[in-house]
Every structure is written in C-alpha cells, then in structure tokens.
Design a protein around this ligand. Structure first.
Ligand SMILES: Cc1cc2nc3c(=O)[nH]c(=O)nc-3n(C[C@H](O)[C@H](O)[C@H](O)COP(=O)(O)OP(=O)(O)OC[C@H]3O[C@@H](n4cnc5c(N)ncnc54)[C@H](O)[C@@H]3O)c2cc1C
Ligand code: SF4
Length: 348
C-alpha cells in the first residue's frame, strides 16, 4: 500500500459509501466515513432477499463489512453530517454535534428515503391496518414474521399497487423510481413462496423491467406463480366493515372500472432523497435534478463529479439505483476521486 496523506471524507455508510471507502482505502488514501445511524449497511440492513436472484441482503452486507475491515481505518457511526463548507484547497465537513473535519475531497453517499405512503391519503396507509408498504413487507420477511392480516388471519387475496409517490404530479414527483416494478415482482413471488394458495394481483402503469433477468422474473411470476398483472391506475382503497379493503381502479387496457376486495394491500413506495441531502447539497453549491436528487456534473462523462471541484456524489443520492448499480457507481466514483487527487497533488 502506498503512503498517501491526502484525506477523503465519505458521507453515508450504505452500499455506495462502504464500497467507495474500501476501494479508496485499498489504494492507500486516508479515508474517514461518517454514518448517521449506529450501524453501517444502509437499506441492506432491512431488506430480506434481493432481486433478481433472491440472495439474502445479509450476504451483500457481510461482503461489504469484510472489505471495509481490511481497507478502512476510520468509521464514525452516530455521526450525522449537516453541511459542507467548500473551499479552493480543503473542504470542511460539519457534523450535527458541531465537530468539523477537513478533507482534500468529499464523497456524498447519503442514499435515499422511502416516499411517505401516508401522503397518498386515498390509499389509506396508517389509516387502515391492512395497508402496508413494500418496506414494511421486507421488514416482516427479514424478521421471519408471519404474513397475516392485522387480526392474525391468513390473507386469501393480496394486492400490490405500483408507482406510489412516483410518476405522480400531485405529489410533486414526476420521475420513475425505477426499482419498484421489479421489487413488486420479487415481493409478489415471495408472497407466493409463503402463501401458495393466496391470489396475488399487481396493479401497474407500465412494467419497467430494465435489468438483467428482470423480464424473465416477470414472466416467471405470471407463468409459474400465477400472479395477475392488471394495467390500471388505482384511484382509492377503502375499508369494509370486516377490515378487508375495497380497491377501485380503472383497467387502462379494457377501459373498464374495477372494484375488487383484498385482505392485504402493499404500496410499492418510491424513492426520494435522504432528509439532509438537500441542505448538504445547498451548503456545497451543488446542483439538483428535478426530483431533488444531487446532480452530476455530466450524466455521461462526469457521473460522479459535481459542479464544485473536489466534491463527488455516488449511489442513490443521485438517482434510484439497484444494489449492483450502486456498487458499480461507487467504484466509478473511487476512480474519479483518485484521478482528481493525483492532479491536485501535481499542481500543489
Ligand atoms: C423496497 C425496496 C426494496 C429494494 N430491494 C432491492 C433488491 O432486492 N435488490 C437491489 O438490487 N436493490 C434493491 N433496492 C435498492 C437498494 O435499496 C439501493 O440500491 C441501495 O440501498 C442504495 O445504496 P446507497 O448506499 O446509495 O443508499 P442507502 O442504502 O440509503 O444508504 C445511505 C446511508 O447513508 C446514511 N446517511 C444518510 N444521510 C446521512 C448524513 N447526513 N450523514 C451521515 N450518514 C448519512 C444512511 O443512514 C445510510 O446508512 C430496494 C429498494 C427499495 C425501496
Ligand atoms: S419502477 Fe415501476 S412502479 Fe416504480 S415508478 Fe417506475 S413504473 Fe412505477
């Protein structure tokens, strides 16, 4: 390992931050990573199995934890970053407790949050007990909890609603969250793994199966598992007297209105930038996408640079990405930071 005194700060210890940290650490740089939670791992800590191959999220978590043990000496947990003070030579990173640290380069990897299901009041999340989100379902599966209705019954019919909080002007998010379609396919199959007799229906606007083996999984969901996909925009979910749910939609292929009863409804909530990301971006004079994610300097040739030299972005703080895409993007960010620091060293 080469001796290198240049210092890189990484904000966020999810898959993006951990992978970039380990690559930069193995290249001999001094790397400090700040994670606001008690543990690193980001959303991998709460997901159960990952599409498309149904491997345990825990396995990827362990892979990243092992890499980091070897390569990165300084990880601070319970350390929330609140802003960055940019400067020509060194950038200052400020924590919520007031401490500040300087670095030659800063990599923002603050990830995403889930769209708050209750903002789509017409779907009844947090109003009706049998309406849950995709994240709630992941948690149940990860914890090995039974898939029951709120009163402990085995649900006979389950509906999954796509595009909740995405592609929706009413909530201000016109972008597509990219991953909820494949998450919906994965979760519908997982439901059938646990409840083979249940009828499962997915209500979608378009099926966006862009990744390797995604389309194949979509076909398997229909042919092997008997899951029904209905092209229809759901207008409302209402509770019946017995606690089951009535879902109203328009079948956009036949043009006919639909009314169906379900025992459990799962909202496939979209991805929005993490809480502090906007404030951090503004403090460092960064640009934003129309969905308030952090903007790259150039989508094709500078995907990890920003318009502030020395401040870089990676992972889902930029846009919705799968775990595989996030890890590739983190490696790309590490390469771009190394090139930039080499140039900086030669100039100084
Ligand atoms: C319901 C759902 C299911 C999914 N299932 C799959 C799947 O099966 N397969 C797949 O490939 N992908 C899946 N994904 C996508 C996957 O979750 C992301 O690709 C991945 O989590 C992105 O990693 P990240 O590091 O960019 O962000 P995150 O996982 O969000 O990590 C960001 C980290 O930064 C920390 N942080 C945030 N702000 C600060 C701050 N100010 N200071 C310090 N730390 C901070 C956070 O605490 C967190 O630890 C799913 C997504 C959803 C919504
Ligand atoms: S990925 Fe699918 S469910 Fe998610 S916003 Fe895009 S079209 Fe809707």
């Amino acid at each position: 390992m080469s001796e290198n005194k240049q210092h890189i700060i990484i904000i966020g210890g999810g898959p993006a931050g951990l992978e970039a940290a380990s690559k930069l650490g193995s290249a001999g740089y001094r790397v400090t990573l700040f994670e606001k939670e008690e543990q690193t791992g980001g959303k991998l800590r709460t997901w159960y199995k990952l599409y498309p191959g149904f491997r345990l999220a825990e396995e990827v978590q362990d892979f990243l934890a092992n890499e980091i043990k070897i390569n990165v000496p300084e990880i601070f947990s319970n350390a929330e970053v609140v802003n960055i003070i940019p400067d020509n030579k060194y950038h200052t990173v400020v924590l919520a407790d007031g401490r500040s640290f300087i670095a030659d380069a800063v990599l923002i990897a603050t990830g995403f949050e889930l769209f708050k299901g209750e903002k789509k009041e017409e779907y009844g999340y947090r109003i009706y007990d049998n309406v849950i989100t995709s994240a709630d379902l992941e948690k149940k599966l990860r914890l090995g909890q039974p898939l029951t209705t709120a009163n402990g019954q085995t649900p006979a019919r389950i509906g999954l609603i796509h595009c909740v909080g995405s592609r929706d002007k009413k909530v201000g998010n016109v972008y597509c969250s990219r991953l909820c379609c494949i998450t919906g396919v994965k979760q519908a199959i997982e439901i059938k793994h646990h409840l083979p007799k249940a009828e499962v229906f997915n209500f979608y606007m378009d099926m966006r199966m862009f990744g390797q083996n995604f389309e194949e999984l979509y076909i398997e969901a229909q042919q092997k598992w008997g899951i029904t996909f209905i092209r229809g925009r759901v207008s409302e979910v209402a509770e019946n007297i017995d606690g089951s749910l009535q879902l109203k939609a328009e079948d956009t292929l036949s043009g006919r209105p639909i009314k169906m009863n379900f025992d459990l409804v799962v909202l496939l909530v979209g991805m929005v930038p993490a809480d502090r990301t906007e404030a951090i971006g503004k403090s460092a004079n960064l640009g934003f996408t129309s969905g308030s994610f952090l903007a790259s300097a150039d989508a094709q040739i500078k995907p990890n640079e920003t318009n502030t030299p020395g401040i870089f972005v990676t992972g889902t703080c930029k846009e919705p990405l799968s775990v595989g895409e996030t890890l590739s993007d983190a490696r790309s960010a590490a390469v771009r930071i190394i090139s930039w620091l080499r140039e900086k060293r030669e100039i100084n």
